[in-house]
Ligand binder design. Structure first.
Ligand SMILES: Cc1ncc(COP(=O)(O)O)c(C=O)c1O
Length: 446
């Protein structure tokens, strides 16, 4: 389709987007036509390395042949079915997923989107504890449903939404590169956590129910909480009878080099986790997962969550195949190898590129923070935008993330099936763009 025709359709028929939002200017971006593995192609036939894995749903690679086969076969036998009856794809998914879960996690229920699963996980936590208040990181993002998940997406700016859900409040993100208390880990003794819990206690409007967080905060700037943080948080939660809920939308199923992102953090077992994104291998399915004990307590209090399409055989078969692919094709191992290759390339680049302030993340969820000055850590928003533009022109897709008010973090999420040659090509495109940005006046601007 011609670009002019696409613009006409967007300006006439599509719902308008806020220009400054991450959807803003979509009509000027590539119009995608097909994809395979790590590559996507636009309607002009131009090839791009997709270091964003679609909207993170293609972490197993676009059109994984096993996914295409299962989806095609299931469509021809049983595509949609009532959620008031069992179907074999649904049953198999409960069992396959259950068998790979670290104990005591065991029981699953299925929904459609990541936001759905967060809403259901919060509700589960509330029903299981009888509490109400939920706390989350101030740089966290947990979804886009208008009420609860946006209220808990503190990084998304709650002001954009009309009404905020009661009993939701934030605690400080433990961001050691930019410590909110100007302390240093580990001598800080998790001062941010102590301060946060004191404030949380003051903010609670009722008996608190739980905490929700990502094992690596993805949209909030690829922030990895420091070693020991989550065990210290767990103690604080236990003292208050609160549950620990991990949003594994972005970190689950191999992406961090572990089967689940929480396994990055030693001695931490969450009470509830959610998975979505590449769980469906490209189709929308999510899950809420918990232990026997928590499930039973919640159900005794009337807990229930589903959607019309929540147990569709098509989605469940896709979910089961994606879980099998993750395990049988050792996606976690692949993610670890990609991490080493990218981090080695970035370590070389940072000898020459002063703009690189920090490199962090695990597996195929990595962040490169650009600064105009390594000492002062001044966010290099203008240079980051220039780098992203040049990369896109040269065939590399990724997203820019930031803290509240900045846009200076390059987030790299290549599919776990990316080959060494694809990673090297992506790094070469990035290096060229960083060199150009460093030379331009934009590098000096915030
Ligand atoms: C960590 C996290 N949780 C939840 C969601 C919401 O998922 P969905 O867009 O499928 O509703 C997202 C979306 O990007 C996410 O990154």
């Amino acid at each position: 389709m011609e670009r002019a025709k696409a613009k006409e359709i967007v300006s006439t028929w599509a719902f308008p987007t806020v220009k400054t939002s991450y959807m803003g200017g979509v009509e000027d971006r590539p119009i995608l036509a097909k994809s395979k593995g790590t590559l996507v192609y636009d309607t002009d036939g131009k090839e791009y390395l997709d270091f964003q894995s679609g909207q993170m749903g293609a972490a197993l690679g676009h059109q994984h042949p096993r996914m295409v086969k299962v989806i095609t076969e299931t469509m021809q036998s049983l595509l949609h079915a009532s959620n008031t009856m069992l179907n074999t794809a649904r049953l198999r998914l409960h069992e396959t997923l259950g068998k790979i879960l670290p104990k005591p996690l065991k029981r699953s229920l299925f929904l459609v989107s990541g936001s759905d699963s967060i809403e259901a996980a919060i509700d589960l936590g509330r029903k299981a504890t009888g509490g109400l208040d939920i706390i989350g990181f101030h740089s966290g993002l947990h979804g886009s449903t208008s009420y609860l998940t946006r209220s808990l997406s503190f990084a998304w700016s709650r002001r954009k939404h009309t009404v905020v859900a009661p009993a939701t409040s934030s605690i400080m993100t433990p961001n050691c590169y930019r410590c909110p208390l100007a302390e240093k880990h580990p001598t800080c003794g998790f001062a941010c956590l102590k301060m946060s819990m004191e404030l949380a206690d003051a903010n609670f409007t009722s008996q608190p129910a739980g905490f929700i967080g990502e094992p690596i905060l993805s949209a909030g700037g690829v922030i990895v909480p420091p070693p020991g943080y989550f065990s210290a948080l767990r103690k604080e939660l236990d003292k208050r009878g609160m549950l620990m809920i991990f949003d594994e939308s972005q970190t689950g199923l191999g992406k961090t080099g572990h089967l689940f992102g929480f396994q990055l953090h030693q001695n931490v077992t969450p009470d509830i986790i959610t998975i979505s994104k590449h769980f469906g291998g490209g189709l929308p399915i999510s899950a809420v997962i918990t232990s026997d004990e928590i499930a039973e307590k919640a159900v005794a209090n009337g807990y229930f969550a589903t959607r019309s399409h929540a147990t569709d055989p098509l989605l469940c078969a896709a979910g089961e195949e994606s879980v099998k692919i993750v395990v049988e094709e050792d996606m976690a191992g692949k993610a670890r190898r990609i991490e080493s290759r990218i981090k080695a390339a970035l370590a070389e680049m940072s000898k020459e590129i002063e703009l690189i302030g920090d490199v962090r993340g695990h597996g195929t969820l990595l962040g490169v923070e650009l600064v105009t000055d390594r000492e002062k850590k001044t966010p290099a928003d203008a240079a980051t935008s220039q780098v992203a533009k040049q990369c896109l022109d040269n065939g590399l897709i990724f997203q820019i993330r930031g803290y509240q008010g900045t846009q200076n973090i390059i987030r790299l999420v290549p599919p776990m099936v990316s080959t060494d040659a694809e990673i090297d090509r992506g790094m070469a495109i990035l290096f060229d763009a960083l060199k150009a940005a460093q030379k331009s006046p934009a590098a000096k601007q915030q």
